[in-house]
Design a protein around this ligand. Structure first.
Ligand code: MN
Length: 256
């Protein structure tokens, strides 16, 4: 079995979108941040897979981002070709914000096929985008990928309290980033989530700290804020998050 467990967890980061991907990946190892390298197109899979093979704390994820579906839906075929190589899938999901709403129906078709393919393959862990589409995402997860067939991580989830409750009932994990901790009622919402469903993430380089793009190492700050939001000890939450991610990294077919 590979040992990927670091001291920190960035469960959603776009390593391939930084100017120097290798440098950022190396920082994950130096700072002991176990990082899920999500991708926006399956064309990026080989590059991420090959990098992850060299860096112990980086795990690649096979994605087709909902914001790209309008122009890249045909890449679903390539996504399906690579799926047998991937344990982690992402970034996938739905985006109903004004800019992407035109492709919403097409996004649903693609996301439905992604979920079905994952259910059929079994043992996949998905990092899912759900901007302005929490209910639609949960409806589709419930319909196509019950928890017996795969694991869902809701990335940067901004649903309502009722939607959080429903996601918990569907056994979803939540990867928490800085932005989520700054929302009104963040503390109330986060305290609803069972501890064994909590992860941390940066969504770098799309998020910023001190006007520079977040790196995976910035997840340390998110962890500190999350612990304080939950009123728990930082070391304790750190261990909880490591355990949770560690569980997702282990699968029978991967043991060797
Ligand atoms: Mn992202």
């Amino acid at each position: 079995m590979r040992h990927l467990s670091g001291e920190f967890v960035d469960a959603h980061c776009h390593l391939d979108l930084y100017p120097d991907m290798e440098k950022v990946a190396a920082s994950c190892e130096t700072a002991q941040v176990a990082t899920l390298a999500v991708t926006t197109t399956p064309r990026a899979w080989p590059r991420n897979r090959d990098l992850a093979a060299k860096i112990q704390l980086v795990e690649p994820a096979l994605g087709l981002h909902p914001q790209l579906v309008a122009d890249h839906a045909s890449e679903l075929t390539l996504w399906e070709q690579y799926l047998p190589e991937a344990r982690f899938v992402g970034e996938v999901g739905l985006d109903a914000s004004p800019r992407y709403y035109r492709s919403f129906e097409q996004q649903k078709v693609v996301f439905g096929q992604v979920l079905l393919a994952c259910a059929e393959a079994g043992g996949k862990v998905l990092s899912i985008h759900s901007v302005r589409a929490a209910t639609a995402v949960l409806d589709m997860v419930e319909q196509y990928l019950p928890s017996s067939k795969g694991v869902v991580i809701l990335h940067w989830f901004t649903g309502t309290l009722a939607e959080v409750k429903r996601a918990i009932e569907l056994d979803c994990y939540f990867s928490i980033n800085r932005g989520m901790l700054q929302r009104p009622h963040a503390s109330r919402l986060l305290r609803m989530i069972p501890l064994d469903r909590l992860l941390t993430e940066t969504d770098g380089p799309f998020t910023h700290v001190n006007s520079r793009p977040c790196w995976p190492t910035d997840v340390v700050d998110t962890l500190v804020r999350l612990a304080s939001c939950l009123g728990r000890d930082q070391a304790f939450i750190s261990e909880v998050v490591q355990d949770n991610f560690g569980r997702l990294l282990v699968s029978p077919q991967r043991d060797s």
